[in-house]
Design a protein around this ligand. Structure first.
Ligand SMILES: Cc1cc2nc3c(=O)[nH]c(=O)nc-3n(C[C@H](O)[C@H](O)[C@H](O)COP(=O)(O)O)c2cc1C
Length: 157
C-alpha cells in the first residue's frame, strides 16, 4: 500500500507531526510551499486576512502532481483564519488524486478542523476523507488515540 504525507508548515509544528507520520507509516513526505513566502507572523496574518476579505486564493510554489498512484494521502496544515492555507487549496485543486483516501490533520491555537474539512471536500471532490484530526492545546491528549485508530485502519486497508 502506497502512502504519502503532504504538508504545509510555517513554524515547524505541523512538520513535526508530518515527519512522525511519515516514519511511523512508512509514507513518502512532501512539503508544499507558497509561490510567495508569507514572512513574519504579522505579515502572514495581514496577508491571510486580506486573502479572506477579497476572497483570493494564493498560488502554490510547489508544482502540481498526479498522486492517484497512492492509496492513502495524509494532508497536514496549520489552521489559518479558520481554514487551510489558500496556496494548499490551490495545490490540491490542481493536483490529481483519483479515488485516493485522504487523512487530514491540522495544528492550531484553538480552531477546529471542520471548515478545512469542507474545503478539502471541495478541492478534492473524488477522494474519501477519513479520520480528520486537529492538534491544539485542547485536543493534543487525543493524539495517541488518533494514531491507534490510524494503525488499525491502515492495517486492514
Ligand atoms: C496567519 C496565521 C493565521 C492563523 N489563524 C489561526 C486560526 O484561525 N485559528 C487558530 O486556532 N490558530 C491560528 N493560527 C495559529 C496556527 O494555526 C498555529 O500556530 C499552528 O500550529 C502553526 O503551525 P506551523 O508551525 O506548522 O506553521 C494562525 C497562525 C498564522 C500565522
Amino acid at each position: 500500500m502506497k502512502k504519502l504525507v503532504l504538508y504545509v508548515s510555517r513554524t515547524g509544528t505541523t512538520e513535526k507531526i508530518a515527519k512522525e507520520l511519515s516514519t511511523k507509516f512508512d509514507a513518502d513526505l512532501i512539503k508544499i510551499l507558497p509561490e510567495k513566502e508569507y514572512g513574519s507572523y504579522f505579515n502572514a496574518l495581514m496577508r491571510v486576512i486580506i486573502e479572506k476579505v477579497v476572497n483570493e486564493q494564493a498560488a502554490s510554489g510547489t508544482p502540481y502532481r498526479d498522486f492517484s498512484g497512492y492509496d492513502v494521502v495524509f494532508v497536514g496544515f496549520p489552521i489559518w483564519a479558520g481554514d487551510m492555507p489558500t496556496f494548499l487549496q490551490d495545490f490540491l485543486q490542481n493536483s490529481t488524486f483519483g479515488g485516493t483516501k485522504i487523512i487530514p490533520f491540522a495544528t492550531s491555537m484553538i480552531s477546529g478542523i471542520e471548515t478545512a474539512e469542507k474545503t478539502l471536500k471541495r478541492v478534492c471532490p473524488g477522494s474519501t476523507i477519513i479520520e480528520p484530526y486537529v492538534c491544539n492545546k485542547k485536543t493534543m491528549n487525543q493524539y495517541p488515540n488518533w494514531i491507534m485508530r490510524l494503525n488499525s485502519f491502515l492495517k486492514y486497508l
